[in-house]
Design a protein around this ligand. Structure first.
Ligand code: NOJ
Length: 585
């Protein structure tokens, strides 16, 4: 392994700061809480901590609306504590990756305040300002400059009476999009990134980075215009916008014409002259394998890896994320396999099943039936961590936390869910049906406080938590698992250690076996004469037998098995959700 691709044998742990650990009793997680819990992460064995935003923010989208890129929000602590976190991580041989949210700022950012103040302000062009649609009364429905919808319901344009124009926001109105066509914007962002790296952070997770470049056409007045979207959905756009009400923005804003130019420029201006060791991962919804290869082929000097969305959009129907359609294990297998094959020769995968935007993976892709939950959480982790790519663990997934089982709107806090509820019910979806969809896929499932122990607030806070504690925190918590060799946590530890110890996990080729088997998930990894065989039963059926006749597995050595104290061979029947990793002679 060269220092340049150290992240191939690394595992990243995502901390959602608001929900991780509260050190000052205000009910909201903070930097002090993270620092207090670093021993837990060190013991788990993870190499990198990805910290969701802690910058100053009005918190319209829990920090993904940044009003000052250079400071820490007092809710989370101080810059001094962030420096302490960096030092504590480095002392443990771990790294810190910050969230970089530069598709948009908060509407409370000083740049936007200037931009909105007048049409001739020097920062006017830092955002997307456009005139109302001719023939419509400004500020009324239909007068928006284009037919674009926002990812958080409603139009993607908000009218600003100060200057009589609209500004673009692909997310909430409090999140105006920056205009990356303007070189001053790009330079301001690069300067900010350089300051963070100089301060000691080790990389960036780049929020919706594939949205930075938008399609422009010549307008009648000679000014470049953003075009209307088509009123039918691009199959790639699942989960982004409700295209039954709005034009589809996917072909107009995802991987736009200048995106690779921008990312290559960013690489030159920020990363190229630094010693190896920095990690860059782009969040890229609605992105194809071909595009992902362009982003992550090292020869192109763009990003180390991207988060693709194909597998987390499998259960989204024609009307987007809340139009939930059935998804089978085969769908998941085929999708992940395509990505393994697609990035085998050039490029690199990020491996994830959950994060702060997704429901809990054990409920969505596994089984959260109490009879199967633990084995199911282990099985999903086994197959994910043994794929080729860099695994990401979302806080609480290493405990096997399931969805929360929300039944009432007042249990939810997320702007996306609350906006969707209002819009859906107003347009005729029944409240029960709407709540059912939010319960299954709402982002708050992943945002409940991390359960540290069995106490009333799960050890998360001494105060009153900002959102309710997980209903199963009394049973599923860190204290109950860290010393239990049969726990989900212990299983994650073994998987992470295996990646560190066996170069084949990081560098080996990937070959899926039994590609069309609806229950067995099996594959072989191979590197430098070493072969690993991974076999899992991704179903609740007992006694599943994997037909491994296409592999020679004499003298297989069990490295990791999910059933405590059992030493099965590769072809022995698999219990529900059982998973095994073997080294082959
Ligand atoms: C993706 C982030 O992960 C999500 O939490 C956020 O709401 C949107 N981007 C907008 O920043």
């Amino acid at each position: 392994m060269t220092a340049r691709d150290w992240w191939k044998s690394a595992v990243v742990y995502q901390v959602y700061p608001r929900s991780f650990a509260d050190s000052n009793g205000d009910g909201v997680g903070d930097l002090g809480g993270i620092i207090e819990r670093l021993d837990y992460l060190e013991r788990l064995g993870v190499d990198v901590l990805w910290l969701s935003p802690v910058y100053r923010s009005p918190m319209a989208d829990n920090g993904y609306d940044i009003s000052d890129y250079e400071d820490v929000d007092p809710l989370f602590g101080s810059l001094a504590q962030l420096d302490e976190l960096i030092a504590e991580l480095h002392a443990r041989g771990m790294k810190l990756v910050m969230d970089l949210v530069v598709n948009h700022t908060s509407s409370a950012h000083a740049w936007f305040a200037e931009s909105r103040s007048s049409t001739d302000n020097p920062k006017r062009d830092w955002y997307w300002w456009r005139r109302p649609r001719p023939g419509f009364e400004p500020g009324t429905p239909g007068a928006e400059p284009t037919n674009w919808g926002s990812a958080f319901s409603g139009p993607a344009w908000t009218y600003d009476p100060t200057t009589g124009e609209y500004y673009l926001h692909l997310f909430a109105p409090e999140q105006p999009d920056l205009n990356w066509e303007n070189p001053e914007v790009r330079q301001a962002v690069y300067a900010m990134m350089n300051r963070w790296l100089d301060r000691g952070v080790d990389g960036f997770r780049m929020d919706v980075v594939c949205l930075l470049s938008k399609v422009l056409v010549d307008g009648p007045d000679g000014r470049p215009q953003l075009p209307d979207g088509r009123l039918e959905r691009d199959p790639l756009g699942a989960g982004v916008v409700d295209t039954s009400r709005y034009g589809d923005t996917t072909p107009l804003v995802v991987n736009g014409p200048r995106i690779h130019e921008f990312i290559q420029e960013m690489h030159r201006e920020v990363f190229a002259d630094r010693p190896p060791g920095v990690l860059t991962v782009g969040e890229t919804p609605a992105t194809t394998i071909e595009q992902a290869r362009l982003y992550t082929d090292p020869a192109r000097a763009e990003l180390d890896m991207v988060f693709q969305f194909e597998h987390v959009d499998l259960d989204s129907g024609p009307q987007g994320k809340w139009d939930i359609v059935p998804m089978t294990m085969l769908d998941l297998k085929h999708s992940l396999n395509r990505w393994q094959e697609g990035l085998a020769a050039a490029g690199w995968n990020s491996l994830y099943l959950g994060n702060h935007d997704q429901p809990r993976c054990v409920s969505r892709f596994g089984s959260d039936d109490p009879a199967h939950r633990q084995q199911s959480a282990k099985a999903l982790a086994t197959v994910l961590h043994l794929h080729r790519g860099t695994p990401y663990v979302y806080q609480g997934d290493e405990l096997g936390l399931p969805n929360a089982g929300f039944t009432r709107l007042d249990q939810l806090r997320d702007v996306e869910s609350l906006n969707y509820y209002a819009a859906a019910v107003a347009s005729g979806r029944s409240p029960e049906d709407t709540m059912g969809a939010l319960s299954r896929k709402g982002r708050d499932n992943a945002r409940l406080p991390m359960p540290w122990d069995a106490s009333a607030t799960g050890g998360f806070t001494s105060g009153s938590p900002w959102i309710e504690v997980h209903p199963l925190a009394g049973e599923i918590n860190a204290a109950a698992q860290v010393d239990d060799p049969a726990s989900v946590y212990a299983h994650y530890r073994r998987l992470i250690a295996l990646r560190h110890d066996e170069p084949v996990v990081a560098h080996g080729s990937f070959r899926m076996l039994l590609v069309d088997d609806p229950q067995v998930y099996a594959f072989v990894r191979e590197y430098d004469g070493v072969r690993l065989l991974v076999v899992a039963n991704l179903s609740s059926d007992p006694g599943v037998v994997a037909d491994l006749s296409e592999v020679a597995y004499d003298d297989a050595e069990l490295l990791i098995g999910s059933v405590q104290d059992a030493t099965p061979g590769p072809a022995d029947p698999l219990a529900p959700w059982e998973s095994r990793v073997f080294r082959l002679a």
